[in-house]
Structures are given as structure tokens and as C-alpha cells.
Design a protein around this ligand. Structure first.
Ligand code: HSE
Length: 436
């Protein structure tokens, strides 16, 4: 059978990886897909660099729209990232009747509802396995493997750069900026690395996971998002001393009152498997009512791990080319007319346990004042740690772990504690989850 023709938008880290995997594993891919999959047209930002010599039988261009409008291209692979241009290209490809494979989580999280509606109308597929957790087939697992279940919650380490930074801080006491630079050099970080460290990238991915887990529209603007740049080496070390590890998690949970959607640093017991996921690796823990907990682990970024997901989508799309569009796996796992509008819980209504760190005057009665405030708001303390004052200082660090409490109440407690004359500066709050 005639090979399927692919147009590549973007020949950077993932584009290069995709081309290499398609070439190297061509025989196995053909055996799986039933026909060959070949790149015939590719767009790169700057063809003068010389890095594209030796790409046989591929038309190269700097004009991305040339690829999208090429009548010989069956599937467009969008790897340029970003919102606006990517949206235009994908909508144009759909309009031209082409299937699309994308690794662009920002695009799907923000414009996915519009894109899937357009694809549905045209009877084409937009596949996005590479958009979440790099090489881990988590979209496939949630959308197909777990389709018997009512999904209860998902918690994931879904940003490799952030996990790499936290791991290096914990293991080697390395400086935040220094590790970030290394992540950029290794090609893990986003073009704008604040997306990684401020949690925006993880929020994009969580938006997608929540949508296919619960059958709700993509709602990126409703995700509570907190990054990792305020974490100190002290926090990392105190968490360890208390038997916990700090991970930057994306968490979504179905509760009686609505859906939680939140990205923030989180203390988790260090005996949990997911607490031991280090470096650029990602892991997603999914709790289904029938299956119980399931854990998916693998490389969350990098050229070939991401290409693994892109090429798997190419195989899937190729296999489904001759199927009736009505009978394909729905983009967001649930039939488009069965999507539900569920309440997204405001953060103030979310319940979590907390780690609190504060700098207190080294004098009698301080602890009593703090515990009085917590007690008056029904906040119960689970553990406490007081560090000796460093030489020449008149303040001490106090660390407290609390039981679960509504975020709104904890906000109130922190505000009152910060107003005490005996407390210096602000209180650091890190949420805690047992993930059991
Ligand atoms: N910057 C992302 C990460 C790349 O570090 O996880 C993969 O989405």
C-alpha cells in the first residue's frame, strides 16, 4: 500500500527526534501500521544552518503554511509550540482535510475545544499523546485502557524540568538557577523557562488530563497554578527530616462539590513510589474506582521520548484512516455530545494538609500564640520542628505540619500569624498529600 505522507512543522529537538525514529524504526513501524509512514515535507525556521543536509526525499521550506497546504501531505505534525501561529496552522490543516499530530500542550489546553470541534466537523483526527508527560502513553491509558472506570483523582509529576531542578536541589544542594541552565542546555525546558518553573506547563498538561479523565471541557484558565521558585534548600531538607519529599504536582480530583484543578509544590510521604521519581522523569498516578491506583512512569521530555509519542500517534492515525470518523476514539475520551459541565472548585474550597515554615523570635510564648490562632480555626497540628537559632541570630525557624483543612481557613490563619509581632516576614505554606 502507498505510504502515508507526513508534513513536519518544526525541525528542532522533537522534530529531529521524530524524523530519526521514523527512519530508524521504519520496518517495525510499517509492520505495525500496515503501510509506511514517511516525511515528505518539513518546515524549519532557518534552513541556512546546514544541519538539514542529508535529509533525502524531503522538501524543505521556511514557510510553514506551504506544508499545511501541500495536497500530498496526509498528516501534519505540529511541533513549533506556542499559541497563535500553531492554532492557525492546525485549523488550516483541518480545513484542508488533513489529520494532525501535535506535541503542543499549550495549544490543546487553551484552544483544544475549538480545534476538536473543527476536527469533528471535518471528520479528521487531532492526536496529542506527546502533549502530556513526553514518552509516557498516558493519554492512551486514560482514554482507552481505563475507560471502564470512574476516575477519582490524578496526581502527576508532569514537568521534567521542574522535577530535575527539585531533584538536584535535594541530592546535591545545587543552586536553582544553575540547574535550570543545565535543563535548558539538555533541551528539556520550554522556550520560555518560566512556563516550567511557574507551573504553567504543568497546568496545560493537567487541563488535558482532567478533561479526558472526567469528560469536561478544557478549562486552562480555571487551574490554580503555583511554581517552585520560592522553594528553598531549607524546605527541601526539613521535608526530608519529617519523612516527606517535595514534588511539583498537578492534581485533579472529583469531589462531591466539584473538580479540583491545581498545580503546586507538594509534600508527599517519601515511601510513595512517586516520591522517588527523580530527574527529568515524569510519573502520573491515576486512581480509578474499579482498577484502584495505577502508576505510569517514563521520560517526560527530550527528543526521542517525545518522538516516541508523536510516532505512536502517527501509527494510530494511519490505522484509522479508513475507519468511519464516527467510530474513532473521541478526542477527549467521551462522546462530544456527552461532555459534562462540572463545577471547578475555587482554591479556597479545596482541602489539603499543610507544611508551614515561619521565622519566630526566640522568646517564651511565641509557639502558644501560633497554636492559639490555629486552634481557633479548627486547624489541628500533626507534627512540629523547631530549629536552633543560628549563631548571632535572635530568631528560630518553626516548621509545622497540619491536618487537612479548607484552604480558605488556612489563608486566614496565615494572615493572622504573619501579623504577630513575634513572627518575622511571611509564612511559607506547602500543601501536603498522602496520595493513598
Ligand atoms: N518543558 C517540558 C518539561 C517539556 O520540562 O516537562 C515536555 O513537555
Amino acid at each position: 500500500m502507498k505510504p502515508v505522507n507526513v508534513g513536519l512543522l518544526g525541525m528542532g529537538t522533537v522534530g529531529g527526534g521524530t524524523y530519526n525514529v521514523l527512519q530508524r524504526n521504519a520496518r517495525e513501524i510499517t509492520r505495525r501500521a500496515g503501510r509506511g509512514i514517511q516525511v515528505v515535507h518539513a518546515a524549519a525556521r532557518d534552513l541556512d544552518t546546514g544541519q538539514f543536509s542529508g535529509l533525502d526525499n524531503i522538501t524543505l521550506t521556511e514557510d510553514v503554511f506551504e506544508v499545511v497546504n501541500n495536497p500530498d501531505v496526509d498528516i501534519v505534525v505540529e511541533l513549533i509550540g506556542g499559541y497563535d501561529l500553531a492554532r492557525k496552522l492546525v485549523l488550516q490543516a483541518i480545513e484542508n482535510g488533513k489529520h494532525v499530530v501535535t506535541a503542543n500542550k499549550a495549544l490543546i489546553a487553551v484552544h483544544g475545544n475549538e480545534i476538536f470541534e473543527a476536527a469533528q466537523r471535518k471528520g479528521v483526527t487531532v492526536a496529542f499523546e506527546a502533549a502530556v508527560a513526553g514518552g509516557i502513553p498516558i493519554i492512551k491509558a486514560l482514554r482507552e485502557g481505563l475507560s471502564a472506570n470512574e476516575i477519582e483523582w490524578i496526581a502527576g509529576i508532569i514537568n521534567g524540568t521542574g522535577n530535575f531542578i527539585l531533584t538536584e536541589m535535594k541530592d546535591k544542594g545545587r543552586d536553582f538557577e544553575d540547574v535550570l541552565k543545565e535543563a535548558q542546555q539538555l533541551g528539556y525546558a520550554e522556550a520560555d523557562p518560566s512556563f516550567d518553573i511557574d507551573g504553567i506547563d504543568a497546568a496545560h498538561k493537567l487541563t488535558i488530563l482532567a478533561s479526558i479523565a472526567f469528560g469536561i471541557p478544557l478549562q486552562f484558565d480555571r487551574v490554580y497554578t503555583e511554581g517552585i521558585s520560592h522553594l528553598t534548600l531549607d524546605d527541601v531538607s526539613y521535608a526530608e527530616q519529617l519523612g516527606y519529599r517535595i514534588k511539583h504536582l498537578g492534581i485533579t480530583r472529583r469531589t462531591a462539590d466539584g473538580i479540583e484543578l491545581r498545580v503546586h509544590p507538594t509534600l508527599i510521604p517519601n515511601r510513595r513510589l512517586i516520591a522517588n521519581v527523580d530527574g527529568v522523569m515524569n510519573a502520573v498516578l491515576v486512581q480509578g474506582d474499579a482498577v484502584g491506583p495505577t502508576l505510569y512512569y517514563g521520560a517526560g521530555a527530550g527528543a526521542e521520548p517525545t518522538a516516541s509519542a508523536v510516532v505512536a500517534d502517527l501509527v494510530d492515525v494511519t490505522r484509522s484512516l479508513t475507519t468511519d470518523p464516527e467510530n474513532r476514539v473521541p478526542h477527549l475520551a467521551f462522546q462530544p455530545d456527552a461532555m459534562a459541565e462540572m463545577n471547578i472548585l475555587p482554591m479556597a474550597e479545596v482541602e489539603t494538609a499543610c507544611y508551614l515554615r515561619m521565622q519566630a523570635s526566640d522568646q517564651p510564648g511565641v509557639m502558644a500564640e501560633v497554636t492559639r490562632i490555629l486552634g481557633s480555626l479548627d486547624i489541628s497540628i500533626e507534627a512540629m520542628l523547631q530549629k536552633e537559632p543560628t549563631e548571632g541570630q535572635e530568631t528560630v525557624q518553626i516548621i509545622m505540619l497540619t491536618h487537612r483543612i479548607r484552604e480558605g481557613k488556612m489563608d486566614n490563619a496565615i494572615k493572622q500569624i504573619e501579623q504577630l509581632d513575634t513572627i518575622n516576614g511571611s509564612v511559607t505554606r506547602i500543601r501536603m498529600e498522602t496520595l493513598s
